[in-house]
Design a binder for this molecule. Structure first.
Ligand SMILES: *Cc1c(COP(=O)(O)O)cnc(C)c1O
Length: 348
């Protein structure tokens, strides 16, 4: 017999239920809410000396610290130059005002046909499925993005869906963010159900870092709606260093492949993180061991606060040339830059 209270505790089946049932957070949601959000705590947990604190606190004011425990666990204790830590630790350099580094380097504000929608390239549209991210990467090109204006409500979704319905040239919906997988499975299943009802849509793509920083995100609920859709599925992960890929990430990738997802990876070329042939070669090798193909290697977008990550173009080209000598062609990522106004990413 189901008592009223136990019925309330069941996962909601329908998003349109009149009474909002009480649902327990999933394991990944708990991990998301318990991510480290205090710069002092981050320094303390990794055994950094006090000299790192002023930078961490100053940067935190500009763009808050956020690091899930599962990602922290892959960092080396006591090493301020750990390649994973470098991606998330604010430095005093973020406060510097560097000419050419701006708040909206990709001029996305000019390409939003509606809130939560970015249409820059032929055939594909990017939907901001969730303004939240599980991890705050210091080099994020959307670190100044006005997510407050882009946090999707159901009504906004309906308008975005209408835009897609009315444009038969669109074959691919790209869920991005923030991180689309920070949204609940209920919301995502609702959205995908509507997307797959649009006859001219063929593909569903997700750009996400969640399977990397919280591998438990790839649970049965996610595999359920993802495995069930008629749309072809592509997931573009974001991994910058081989050390990010531990056994839990490998297993998350296996679950995604079982759900019929093609796995690709995009990285950003970052000073102090992956700016060597050895680091990039190891990353490609490790990705392929996890069943993931390298897709893009982006040069840094000139976003204010991230200038210290920059690797000059000439050096980037030399790195790719060096990488070509040690890797099979299919493990070589395409070195690209995003140039506002161009019809695609621009090869370097
Ligand atoms: C990068 C990007 C895409 C996807 O480009 P691909 O070359 O297909 O990977 C789509 N829309 C926007 C706005 C983008 O920035």
């Amino acid at each position: 017999m189901i008592t009223r209270s136990s019925a309330l505790l069941q996962r909601p089946e329908s998003p349109s239920a009149d009474v909002k049932p009480l649902s327990l957070p999933s394991a990944w949601q708990t991990q998301l809410s318990q991510a480290i959000r205090d710069p002092r705590e981050l320094c303390r947990r990794l055994g950094l000396d006090d000299s790192w604190l002023p930078g961490a606190e100053a940067g935190h004011v500009l763009f808050e610290v956020r690091v899930p425990e599962a990602f922290l666990a892959r960092m080396r204790y006591g090493d301020p130059h750990d390649p994973l830590l470098r991606q998330v630790l604010p430095l005093i350099a973020e406060s510097a005002n560097v000419p050419g580094y701006v708040t909206d380097p990709l001029e996305e504000a000019e390409h939003t046909p509606g809130p939560g929608l970015i249409h820059k390239y032929a055939g594909r549209v990017l939907l901001i499925a969730s303004p939240a991210c599980a991890v705050n990467c210091r080099y994020c090109f959307r670190r100044h993005f006005p997510y407050g204006d882009n946090s999707p409500s159901r009504a906004q979704w309906e308008r975005s869906l209408d835009t897609l319905r009315q444009d038969a040239s669109i074959h691919e919906a790209i869920l991005s963010g923030g991180d689309p997988l920070a949204a609940s499975d209920r919301q995502l299943a609702w959205l995908v159900e509507r997307l797959e009802a649009i006859p001219h849509l063929k593909r569903l793509r997700l750009h996400t870092r969640l399977p990397v920083v919280i591998p438990d995100r790839i649970d049965d609920a996610l595999s359920g709606w993802l495995g069930a859709t008629r749309l072809q599925k592509v997931m573009v992960l974001h991994i910058n260093h081989a050390q990010e890929i531990d056994q839990a990430v490998v297993e998350a990738c296996e679950r995604l492949k079982s759900a019929g997802v093609t796995l690709l990876n995009q990285s950003v070329l970052l000073r102090g993180v992956n700016d060597s042939v050895a680091a990039l070669a190891q990353l490609s090798e490790r990705l392929f061991e996890a069943g993931v193909l390298p897709y893009y290697l982006h040069v840094l977008d000139p976003v204010a606060g991230a200038a210290h990550f920059d690797v000059p173009d000439e050096e980037a080209r030399e790195l790719i040339a060096g990488l070509r000598e040690v890797l099979p062609g299919f493990l070589l990522p395409r070195l690209v830059r995003e140039v506002p106004g161009e019809a695609s990413k621009t090869p370097l």
